[in-house]
Design a protein around this ligand. Structure first.
Ligand SMILES: CC(C)(COP(=O)(O)OP(=O)(O)OC[C@H]1O[C@@H](n2cnc3c(N)ncnc32)[C@H](O)[C@@H]1OP(=O)(O)O)[C@@H](O)C(=O)NCCC(=O)NCCSC(=O)Cc1ccccc1
Length: 149
Protein backbone atom coordinates (compact mmCIF):
# COMPACT_ATOMS: atom_id res chain seq x y z
CA UNK A 1 0.00 0.00 0.00
CA UNK A 2 2.81 2.40 0.93
CA UNK A 3 4.63 1.35 -2.27
CA UNK A 4 1.49 1.96 -4.36
CA UNK A 5 1.16 5.40 -2.75
CA UNK A 6 4.82 6.13 -3.50
CA UNK A 7 4.38 5.08 -7.15
CA UNK A 8 1.36 7.42 -7.48
CA UNK A 9 2.60 10.45 -5.56
CA UNK A 10 3.87 12.13 -8.75
CA UNK A 11 0.89 11.06 -10.88
CA UNK A 12 0.01 13.94 -13.22
CA UNK A 13 -3.71 13.58 -12.44
CA UNK A 14 -3.83 12.72 -8.71
CA UNK A 15 -0.29 12.97 -7.30
CA UNK A 16 0.00 15.24 -4.28
CA UNK A 17 3.74 15.84 -4.85
CA UNK A 18 3.53 16.89 -8.50
CA UNK A 19 3.61 20.71 -8.70
CA UNK A 20 2.53 20.57 -12.37
CA UNK A 21 -0.26 18.06 -11.66
CA UNK A 22 -4.04 18.47 -11.67
CA UNK A 23 -4.38 17.42 -7.98
CA UNK A 24 -7.64 15.58 -8.65
CA UNK A 25 -9.13 13.82 -5.61
CA UNK A 26 -10.67 10.45 -6.41
CA UNK A 27 -13.50 8.70 -4.60
CA UNK A 28 -14.52 5.05 -4.71
CA UNK A 29 -18.15 4.53 -5.73
CA UNK A 30 -20.42 1.53 -5.61
CA UNK A 31 -19.64 0.85 -9.30
CA UNK A 32 -16.07 2.17 -9.66
CA UNK A 33 -14.48 5.56 -9.20
CA UNK A 34 -15.35 9.26 -9.55
CA UNK A 35 -13.89 12.72 -9.12
CA UNK A 36 -15.32 16.22 -8.97
CA UNK A 37 -13.28 19.08 -10.38
CA UNK A 38 -13.54 22.61 -11.74
CA UNK A 39 -11.94 23.53 -15.06
CA UNK A 40 -8.96 25.81 -14.49
CA UNK A 41 -7.71 28.37 -17.00
CA UNK A 42 -4.40 26.54 -17.31
CA UNK A 43 -6.16 23.34 -18.41
CA UNK A 44 -7.74 24.95 -21.46
CA UNK A 45 -6.68 25.05 -25.08
CA UNK A 46 -8.74 27.11 -27.50
CA UNK A 47 -10.86 29.99 -26.11
CA UNK A 48 -11.30 28.84 -22.52
CA UNK A 49 -12.39 25.34 -23.59
CA UNK A 50 -11.06 22.36 -21.63
CA UNK A 51 -8.17 20.79 -23.55
CA UNK A 52 -8.96 17.37 -25.07
CA UNK A 53 -5.82 15.90 -23.52
CA UNK A 54 -7.05 16.84 -20.06
CA UNK A 55 -10.36 15.06 -20.74
CA UNK A 56 -8.28 12.03 -21.74
CA UNK A 57 -5.99 12.18 -18.71
CA UNK A 58 -8.88 12.39 -16.24
CA UNK A 59 -11.03 9.75 -17.97
CA UNK A 60 -8.05 7.38 -18.18
CA UNK A 61 -7.22 7.87 -14.51
CA UNK A 62 -10.79 7.31 -13.32
CA UNK A 63 -11.40 4.29 -15.58
CA UNK A 64 -7.98 2.90 -14.61
CA UNK A 65 -8.75 3.23 -10.93
CA UNK A 66 -12.06 1.41 -11.38
CA UNK A 67 -10.14 -1.36 -13.17
CA UNK A 68 -7.46 -1.47 -10.46
CA UNK A 69 -10.14 -2.43 -7.95
CA UNK A 70 -10.64 -5.62 -9.95
CA UNK A 71 -7.21 -6.31 -11.54
CA UNK A 72 -4.94 -4.83 -8.85
CA UNK A 73 -2.46 -3.01 -11.10
CA UNK A 74 -3.34 -2.43 -14.72
CA UNK A 75 -2.08 -0.17 -17.50
CA UNK A 76 -4.03 1.33 -20.38
CA UNK A 77 -3.76 -0.47 -23.73
CA UNK A 78 -6.01 1.89 -25.66
CA UNK A 79 -8.85 4.32 -25.22
CA UNK A 80 -11.44 6.04 -27.39
CA UNK A 81 -13.05 9.37 -26.50
CA UNK A 82 -16.08 11.20 -27.89
CA UNK A 83 -15.99 14.93 -27.19
CA UNK A 84 -19.67 15.87 -27.05
CA UNK A 85 -19.89 19.36 -25.60
CA UNK A 86 -17.15 21.81 -24.55
CA UNK A 87 -16.01 21.92 -20.95
CA UNK A 88 -15.45 25.59 -20.10
CA UNK A 89 -13.18 27.47 -17.73
CA UNK A 90 -14.82 27.62 -14.28
CA UNK A 91 -17.30 24.82 -15.04
CA UNK A 92 -17.79 22.22 -12.28
CA UNK A 93 -17.54 18.72 -13.76
CA UNK A 94 -17.90 15.15 -12.55
CA UNK A 95 -15.99 12.21 -14.02
CA UNK A 96 -17.19 8.67 -13.32
CA UNK A 97 -15.67 5.37 -14.42
CA UNK A 98 -16.69 1.74 -14.14
CA UNK A 99 -15.60 -1.67 -15.34
CA UNK A 100 -17.65 -2.99 -18.26
CA UNK A 101 -16.09 -6.47 -18.45
CA UNK A 102 -13.12 -8.53 -17.26
CA UNK A 103 -11.49 -11.45 -19.06
CA UNK A 104 -8.31 -12.91 -17.57
CA UNK A 105 -5.67 -10.13 -17.42
CA UNK A 106 -7.80 -7.76 -19.47
CA UNK A 107 -10.61 -5.38 -18.62
CA UNK A 108 -12.78 -2.99 -20.56
CA UNK A 109 -13.93 0.18 -18.79
CA UNK A 110 -16.17 3.09 -19.62
CA UNK A 111 -16.19 6.63 -18.32
CA UNK A 112 -18.06 9.90 -18.63
CA UNK A 113 -17.48 13.55 -17.84
CA UNK A 114 -20.68 15.49 -17.07
CA UNK A 115 -21.51 19.01 -16.02
CA UNK A 116 -22.14 18.81 -12.26
CA UNK A 117 -25.04 21.28 -12.23
CA UNK A 118 -27.07 19.78 -15.07
CA UNK A 119 -25.75 16.25 -15.69
CA UNK A 120 -25.12 17.25 -19.32
CA UNK A 121 -22.70 14.87 -21.05
CA UNK A 122 -19.41 16.59 -21.90
CA UNK A 123 -17.34 13.58 -23.04
CA UNK A 124 -17.38 9.80 -22.83
CA UNK A 125 -14.74 7.12 -23.23
CA UNK A 126 -14.05 3.43 -23.36
CA UNK A 127 -10.67 1.90 -22.62
CA UNK A 128 -8.92 -1.45 -22.47
CA UNK A 129 -6.55 -2.27 -19.63
CA UNK A 130 -4.07 -5.08 -18.94
CA UNK A 131 -2.99 -6.33 -15.52
CA UNK A 132 0.78 -6.02 -15.08
CA UNK A 133 3.32 -6.84 -12.42
CA UNK A 134 4.24 -3.46 -10.86
CA UNK A 135 7.82 -4.53 -10.19
CA UNK A 136 8.34 -5.44 -13.89
CA UNK A 137 6.87 -2.13 -14.95
CA UNK A 138 9.10 -0.23 -12.52
CA UNK A 139 12.21 -2.19 -13.57
CA UNK A 140 11.41 -1.48 -17.21
CA UNK A 141 11.08 2.25 -16.49
CA UNK A 142 14.30 2.25 -14.42
CA UNK A 143 16.09 0.42 -17.27
CA UNK A 144 14.92 3.02 -19.76
CA UNK A 145 16.06 5.80 -17.43
CA UNK A 146 19.51 4.19 -17.22
CA UNK A 147 19.64 3.88 -21.03
CA UNK A 148 18.65 7.55 -21.39
CA UNK A 149 15.38 6.69 -23.23
C1 LIG B 1 2.77 -4.06 -20.37
C2 LIG B 1 2.32 -3.92 -21.84
C3 LIG B 1 0.89 -3.38 -21.91
C4 LIG B 1 2.34 -5.27 -22.51
O1 LIG B 1 3.67 -5.68 -22.69
P1 LIG B 1 4.20 -7.10 -22.21
O2 LIG B 1 3.93 -7.31 -20.75
O3 LIG B 1 5.61 -7.22 -22.69
O4 LIG B 1 3.31 -8.15 -22.89
P2 LIG B 1 2.98 -8.43 -24.40
O5 LIG B 1 3.58 -7.42 -25.34
O6 LIG B 1 3.23 -9.88 -24.60
O7 LIG B 1 1.40 -8.15 -24.34
C5 LIG B 1 0.52 -8.92 -23.50
C6 LIG B 1 -0.81 -8.99 -24.23
O8 LIG B 1 -1.35 -7.66 -24.42
C7 LIG B 1 -1.53 -7.37 -25.81
N1 LIG B 1 -1.21 -5.98 -26.03
C8 LIG B 1 -0.04 -5.37 -25.73
N2 LIG B 1 -0.15 -4.05 -26.03
C9 LIG B 1 -1.40 -3.87 -26.53
C10 LIG B 1 -2.10 -2.73 -27.00
N3 LIG B 1 -1.54 -1.51 -27.01
N4 LIG B 1 -3.38 -2.88 -27.41
C11 LIG B 1 -3.99 -4.09 -27.38
N5 LIG B 1 -3.37 -5.22 -26.94
C12 LIG B 1 -2.09 -5.09 -26.53
C13 LIG B 1 -0.56 -8.33 -26.54
O9 LIG B 1 -0.98 -8.58 -27.86
C14 LIG B 1 -0.64 -9.57 -25.65
O10 LIG B 1 -1.85 -10.29 -25.94
P3 LIG B 1 -1.95 -11.86 -25.69
O11 LIG B 1 -1.73 -12.09 -24.20
O12 LIG B 1 -0.88 -12.46 -26.53
O13 LIG B 1 -3.35 -12.20 -26.13
C15 LIG B 1 3.31 -2.97 -22.59
O14 LIG B 1 2.92 -2.90 -23.94
C16 LIG B 1 3.30 -1.59 -21.99
O15 LIG B 1 3.89 -1.36 -20.96
N6 LIG B 1 2.63 -0.62 -22.68
C17 LIG B 1 2.53 0.74 -22.16
C18 LIG B 1 1.29 0.90 -21.26
C19 LIG B 1 1.20 2.31 -20.78
O16 LIG B 1 2.18 2.98 -20.60
N7 LIG B 1 -0.07 2.79 -20.55
C20 LIG B 1 -0.28 4.13 -20.06
C21 LIG B 1 0.04 4.21 -18.58
S1 LIG B 1 -1.35 3.63 -17.58
C22 LIG B 1 -2.13 5.12 -17.22
O17 LIG B 1 -1.57 6.16 -17.44
C23 LIG B 1 -3.54 5.16 -16.75
C24 LIG B 1 -3.92 4.48 -15.52
C25 LIG B 1 -4.16 5.20 -14.35
C26 LIG B 1 -4.56 4.59 -13.19
C27 LIG B 1 -4.73 3.22 -13.16
C28 LIG B 1 -4.51 2.49 -14.33
C29 LIG B 1 -4.13 3.12 -15.51
Amino acid sequence: MAEAKKLNSWCFVCGAENPQGLHIKKLRTEHGCRCDFTVERGWCGYAGILHGGIHAAILDEIMGDAVNDRLKTAVTLDMTIRYISPGREGMALVCEGEVASVSGRRAKARGTIREAATGKLISEATGHYLRVDVENLKERADGQDAAGI
